[in-house]
Design a protein around this ligand. Structure first.
Ligand SMILES: [Zn+2]
Length: 148
């Protein structure tokens, strides 16, 4: 019984998440947050959707099965994502520091450790997000992208 309730709850939350994200379908935000193909937004670019499965964090499909977009547009294309990742990390560091120092009321040193901890915990998410943002800078959504 308990398992059933958790299962139903999980399915409902998942549906809610999908419905919320559908509002953004067709925008770059959708592709960036969900990690789907930037052109057709029909399938994930990644072999494993969970960024915290560290062994497959960089494993991407070579092409989109739906529209045929090659994700690695040119050799070492995703090196550029490092610039995005730098920006994201600076943003996260500033926000974490301000929250822990001004709102939670930690000391400067404690806030600094909170910031370091937050950056380490979020490494997989930042890696994925920066790749998603980077490819979305170069590719645009096209709702008529070939449906195979
Ligand atoms: Zn596609």
């Amino acid at each position: 019984m308990k398992h059933l309730i958790f299962y139903v709850l999980k399915v409902e939350l998942n549906n809610l998440r999908i419905e919320c994200m559908d509002l953004f379908k067709g925008t770059k935000i959708y592709s960036i947050v969900t990690g789907t193909c930037p052109v057709c937004q029909e399938e994930s670019m990644y072999v494993e959707n969970n960024p915290y499965k560290l062994s497959s964090i960089f494993k991407m499909h070579e092409r989109c099965k739906n529209c045929g977009l090659k994700y690695v547009i040119e050799p070492s294309f995703f090196f550029g994502a490092m610039y995005v990742s730098y920006g994201l990390n600076v943003g996260i560091a500033i926000i974490t520091f301000l929250i822990s120092y001004l709102i939670v009321g930690l000391s400067v040193l404690e806030s600094f450790f909170a910031l370091i901890g937050m950056l380490i915990i979020l490494i997989p998410v930042v890696l994925r997000l920066s790749r998603n943002i980077w490819i979305n800078i170069f590719k645009k959504y096209n709702k008529n992208a070939k449906q195979v």
